[in-house]
Design a protein around this ligand. Sequence first.
Ligand code: NAP
Length: 330
Amino acid sequence: MSFSPFELLNQSKPVLIFGRDGQVGKALQVCFKDLQVPVVFLGRSDCDLTSEVSITRVLNQYQPQVIINAAAYTAVDKAESEFELAFAVNAKAPQIMANYIANLSNGIFVQYSTDYVFADTKQTPYLETDIAGPVDQLSVYGKSKLAGEEAIKNVFHLSKNVGCENHEYQFSRYFILRASWVYGDGSNFIRAMLRLAKECDELKVVADQIGVPTSAQWLAEVTIQMVTSRLESGIYHVVSDGETSWHGLAVFAIEAAASLDEGIKMKLENVRPISAIDYQMPARRPYNSRMNNQKLKMSFPQMSFSGQYPHWQEQVETYVKKYISSFLKS
Ligand SMILES: NC(=O)c1ccc[n+]([C@@H]2O[C@H](COP(=O)([O-])OP(=O)(O)OC[C@H]3O[C@@H](n4cnc5c(N)ncnc54)[C@H](OP(=O)(O)O)[C@@H]3O)[C@@H](O)[C@H]2O)c1
């Protein structure tokens, strides 16, 4: 008989996953394929997250025990002029989902959040205990994601339904997983750089914003570990080891791809470092996007999801190889 890591949960109620067609949603589909657990993936056409009626309808229809919300308004620059839409999807919708789970016994709600909730108040990697903001210095996207975090925490604390580690759960729990610079099956920075490396002779890339690229596939694997753990509710920084700049990431990805794809002719010295000041964008982005991953490491000392804690370089290399080989075949 095969083992389901979900055996701790009520098997008669499904895991409901929003954001089916996003990078993390697609990675979750890969992870859930081999798990013996009822799961329902919803895309935009199944449920519009700007509509409370639509969300309530699917919650009542599926009556999930676990909700993983991988949907979000992620158009960082567009959000500057779509404040209400960004807040509806990133703050109000997760609040409704959290409220549903908080009123169950033994339920779990997972929400993804971002380094954009921090606005350069530190020179070192942020801890989960660091205060986010200040709000007036965040982008609209950052504000909306932070509002989502706050709404979830309030819902669970008001319902006094915050499960703690090692309890026999009668309480529900929430996990807010903060990631940064996510890449997976979808539009992302790495794919953009590889495309430009084919089309252009020279690239200018920001070199003074520092962060950690996060593999959507790894984030999905960690999510399964969280959901099947006995960890307590809270915020967790889910980032790999190491750090780099956007320029460092572009050079690394192009170098990895060039050895596999003859179409990439760009010389690495032609990937020019520039300052963020010289590449103005509508939304403000943090210079320091680094998040400390000690809490996650302490939570999973056995690191069973990968054997060893991953460095961003090995994950990007694996991603580029896989992406290039599928790209060359098509
Ligand atoms: N991407 C990053 O660099 C990054 C970094 C840090 C944290 N995160 C967080 O990680 C999570 C997953 O990100 P991702 O990269 O997988 O995002 P993504 O690829 O942009 O996917 C987001 C999904 O949300 C769906 N969505 C947006 N508005 C919706 C609405 N009104 N109703 C229903 N669905 C809606 C989109 O649907 P359509 O496919 O129909 O458009 C899309 O499938 C998000 O919470 C994000 O904030 C991302």
